[in-house]
Design a protein around this ligand. Structure first.
Ligand code: 5GP
Length: 192
């Protein structure tokens, strides 16, 4: 997606050898006009799947999912929760996810009220690195008897193995920008 790649080059910056920061437009400050284009692109790719629910993970996925849902006839958006709290629903599906950026496992939950047998779910997230967050979300949907009809990713780092891992779970992954390397602090995109 051309405007996304241009924006990454303009406003993204690389930390260390494998982290891209996009906090100027995607996951801290949010550019709603750009998110609208992202939502349209996900709709264009997944529109024929009869999606009835979008699942993401807090926090950065929420804005992406909420905007995208409007293009899917306002299907409900559910976000998996990472943090325990006293008012967490004890009747939840739960799975463990290894965090690539935090270098530790954390547990992710969705209330059983929000995933049902026969749901046709699109999973969305901001980044794909090793695929653990997406795999955790797939597990939550399947625990609830739902079907995952695709994983939509805004930025995939294709030099990591997330796509192979998620594809091995039998799910189609579609990424809007695919970065194959960082060279001297500059993202290099896959040819389309
Ligand atoms: P994965 O589970 O695929 O290894 O990593 C995906 C999750 O880690 C995303 O939800 C995202 O929050 C975070 N993440 C992975 N790589 C990056 C990155 O380069 N930049 C940022 N900002 N987040 C990342």
């Amino acid at each position: 997606m051309k405007i996304l790649e241009e924006r990454i080059l303009k406003d993204g910056y690389v930390l260390g050898k494998d982290i891209l920061k996009v906090d100027r437009f995607l996951n801290h400050q949010v550019d709603v006009a750009l998110l609208n284009e992202i939502g349209k692109a996900f709709y264009a790719y997944f529109k024929d799947h009869g999606i009835n629910k979008i699942l993401t993970i807090e926090a950065s996925g929420i804005a992406i999912a909420a905007i995208t849902a409007q293009y899917f006839d306002n299907v409900p958006v559910v976000f998996a929760k990472k943090f325990d709290s006293v008012n967490a629903d004890p009747d939840s599906y739960e799975t463990n996810v290894y965090s690539f950026t935090k270098n530790r496992d954390y547990s992710v939950r969705v209330s059983k009220k929000f995933i049902h047998q026969g749901d046709r779910v699109l999973i969305l997230d901001d980044f794909l690195a090793q695929g653990r967050a997406a795999a955790g979300l797939i597990d939550l949907v399947r625990q609830g008897g739902g079907e995952v009809h695709g994983v939509g990713i805004v930025i995939e780092k294709s030099f990591q193995d997330g796509k192979t891992y998620v594809s091995s779970l039998g799910v189609d992954v579609h990424s809007l920008a695919r970065i194959r390397a960082f060279i001297d602090g500059t993202p290099i995109f896959e040819e389309v």
